[in-house]
Design a protein around this ligand. Sequence first.
Ligand code: XIL
Length: 408
Amino acid sequence: MRQLFFLLLVFSNTILKPNQQLKKLQHLLGLIATAASKTFSPIKSVSIILLITVFMNIQTIKAQKATASLKETFKKDFLIGTAINTQQVEEKDTAVNRLILQQFNAVTPENIMKAEIIEPSWNNFNFDLADKLVAYAQKNKIKVNAHNLIWHSQLPAFMHHMQSADSVKQYFVHHITTVAKRYDGKVYSWDVVNEALNEDGSLRKSIFLDKLGDEYIAEAFRLAQKASPNSKLYYNDYNIEQPKKRAGAIALIKKIKAAGVRIDGVGIQGHWRADNVPMNDIEESIKEFSALGIEVMFTELDLGVLHNPWDNATADVSASAKGDSTMNPYANGLPDSVEQIQSKAYADLFKLFLKYKKNVSRVTFWGVNDGQSWLNNWPIRGRTNYPLLFDRNFQQKPAFDSVIATKQ
Ligand code: XIL
């Protein structure tokens, strides 16, 4: 009889692939089972062992779920990135850091390399946080996509008073050259120019367009190429999957190439609403952008669940609105029905990314968990949004499982 129990135990152990903690638990339960076999009748003992086996199976499934990793799952397909904030760069919270290292092999600084932080006053650079980020990434073998060199937003205050074209030109050359040179080869890639287009595909009005003219974009890439020959160079924007804006982006990329300047890829930000992901436009964009011979990336992916007071989708950081409680319907939790819509949307997207894995080189989420997402404060402050794959306690959401399942 005892041999039968022993065989049952061995069997239950071999069908499980426990981690170390589970091994200890199994050992303990094994002892209990052996003791049971001595104390109780054979039928009772078999029942106890079966119950123990079921219990251990449940624990194993939980453990396997806990260790599923995005970066491992998509290792052969594309990089998996996240945007990280100052706290995370400074490794303040070990639990978060463990999760980042377990799940992601690429990071984009959410804010710390933007002009207002890295050059807060004229020719006064603050590289502390960016240096830390680069050291952190080197230590952990993570790729950094440096965001960004030229953008109309989050500019230092001194830029707002700048009048003469000469001063803007001086800033432009000096800023790009200084920052790009310092991190040449230390960062994997640069978002050289961010959000230079309007929805109709024309060039967005900005201090750079006003003072430097149409050529400023190719010029930014030329300067970045010279200062940072060992890092990749990307153009990054939102809504460039939409036909008109996409046409503008294609024209812009062709112009950079025609000027004999290097551009390695294009980043589609991917701030979409979970119930309104433009799948066909995204597919068309992957095809059209890769036909230009460049990488396609999804660089700021988040699928929010809240509606905005206007109809058209935008990710314009300057857009803002006042909200009332009707604009914040899920303050106390997300209904299952919405959670399911989001899970399906994420799964559909990842299936598409996998279909074009030869063209898609990176998928980066804009933040690690729901609680940290910019969408809790944009375009309305103080809402409760749920756009990412990890919840406010850093637990995997159904959307995480559905993304992992696209590979199973
Ligand atoms: C956002 C950050 O997430 C916020 O913390 C910040 O207050 C504003 O900018 N497009 C971009 C990102 O390229 O840099 C923006 O990030 C989101 C939209």
